[in-house]
Design a protein around this ligand. Structure first.
Ligand code: C5P
Length: 410
């Protein structure tokens, strides 16, 4: 019951995905939320207010100038009542209206009138999602603090394939719970990781070419740092081994800075014996320069050839120990995400892998947001796009369940 006594205002706009909202409302209620639903005029063509009234147990409002509704809970009162305002589905049209401050119906008026945090679950045809106007509106909403859940990729109602599907109700509820726990709960967090020692790698590594040059990658370290912070908040003792990043150390986390993959491995090996869980979030350079040059390389000729040799695989080394900790790896893929991640899970003999599609603009590398597919031997779990902090919290909870399950069957 992670939404116990939370007032969730659900705004439904007119997209085909609106047919999923009775299920969404039911799932929100199951988490203990008080739910009130507002429909736009066009949403009423996709879902009946009667079914939403039945599942929410409250009168559903549609019109701004509804005498009955205003005599009960007027629109300003409703806007103040909400602890959180969830708009699902959020169509391209509603996003455009929200971005530009139009308030010509109840839903859009509530958006302007509510002090509550706003979460949207976009849903539309993939071409509409990719349209520059939609992108600009979406960016504007994000820059004003709106949080987005999804959209997901897949087959669409119109037969197209691509981004624009509304995240599934279960994913929306999970993201909402994480959001509430992160930003709204004054109550102390759950401390499910109390007594656990977690070792985390984060950021890129840098492999020297000569005294002034190196090769590296675009990893910002944000996901690993978010995991360290959330694991600490959940009660764990956390050691963070960080490559070169410019991020503050989360309070209470012990941090070791390293540069190269070899240094990262050495530091991990110094601490892994004491770790219950190892999370490899670092984007370790696969190769290092075969022969590092002691002096700065001189410019010569049109082409330069540098020989590289493989770096040690830190995660694989840890997972192949005789008594390994629980291992969680990451996989950044640009295609066949689930398939490639599963291969990696088996090949490196991991307990769990979190895969992300780094080909999606605005997600993953060097961004504040991400989406993950969490894979174990027998399960696949999808987390819709969210802030890395909220995502880290959801991932740690799923990891804890799997960790506990493995301890029990041992
Ligand atoms: O094989 P690939 O590099 O895609 O595997 C990614 C996972 O392995 C990540 O969890 C990463 O932190 C870890 N890794 C590692 N050492 C390497 C390469 C990857 O720990 N040299």
């Amino acid at each position: 019951m992670q939404l116990e006594q939370k007032n969730v205002l659900v705004g439904v706009s007119g997209g085909i995905a609106a047919y999923k909202t009775p299920d969404l409302v039911r799932k929100l209620k199951a988490q203990g939320a008080n739910v009130r639903v507002v429909l736009t005029e066009s949403a009423t063509h996709f879902v009946s207010s009667l079914s939403l009234q039945a599942v929410s147990g409250e009168k559903v409002s549609t019109h701004l100038l509804d005498e009955d509704a205003e005599a009960g809970m007027g629109h300003i009162e409703l806007a103040r009542w909400a602890d959180i305002f969830l708009i699902a589905p959020a169509t391209a049209n509603i996003m455009a209206k929200l971005a530009h401050g139009l308030a010509d119906d109840l839903l859009t008026t509530l958006y302007l009138a509510t002090p509550a945090p706003v979460l949207i679950a976009p849903a539309m045809n993939q071409q509409m999602w990719a349209a520059p106007a939609t992108t600009a509106n979406f960016e504007l909403l994000l820059s004003r603090g709106v949080t987005t859940i999804g959209p997901a990729a897949g087959e669409q109602a119109c037969g197209d394939m691509g981004y624009g599907r509304m995240a599934e109700p279960a994913e929306i509820v999970e993201a909402l719970c994480a959001h509430c726990e992160m930003y709204l709960n004054e109550a102390p967090r759950e401390t499910i990781l109390k007594g656990k020692r977690i070792l985390i790698t984060a950021g890129p590594t840098r492999e020297a070419i000569d005294p002034v040059r190196y090769i590296s990658n675009h990893s910002s370290g944000k996901m690993g740092f978010a995991l360290a912070e959330q694991a600490k908040n959940l009660g764990a003792e956390v050691i963070l081994v960080a490559g070169p990043v410019s991020l503050e150390t989360p309070v209470g986390v012990t941090r070791y800075d390293v540069i190269s993959a070899q240094q990262m491995l050495d530091t991990v090996e110094q601490h892994v014996d004491q770790a219950d869980i190892f999370i490899a979030c670092a984007a370790v350079a696969d190769y290092k320069v075969a022969r590092e040059n002691a002096q700065k390389l001189k410019k010569s000729g049109d082409e330069l050839t540098i020989a590289f040799t493989q770096n040690p695989d830190i995660l694989k080394t840890v997972a192949s120990r005789s008594n390994p900790p629980f291992t969680l790896g990451f996989a950044a893929e640009t295609e066949n995400v689930e398939e490639y991640a599963r291969i990696k899970l088996n090949k490196k003999r991991l307990n769990m892998i979190a895969a992300n599609d780094v080909s999606i603009p605005g997600l993953g590398f060097n961004s504040d947001r991400n989406a993950l597919m969490i894979i174990t031997k027998n399960t696949t779990h999808r987390l819709a796009p969210e802030t890395k902090d909220a995502l880290a919290l959801s991932l740690l909870k799923i990891m804890h369940e799997e960790y506990t399950h493995l301890q029990e069957v041992r």
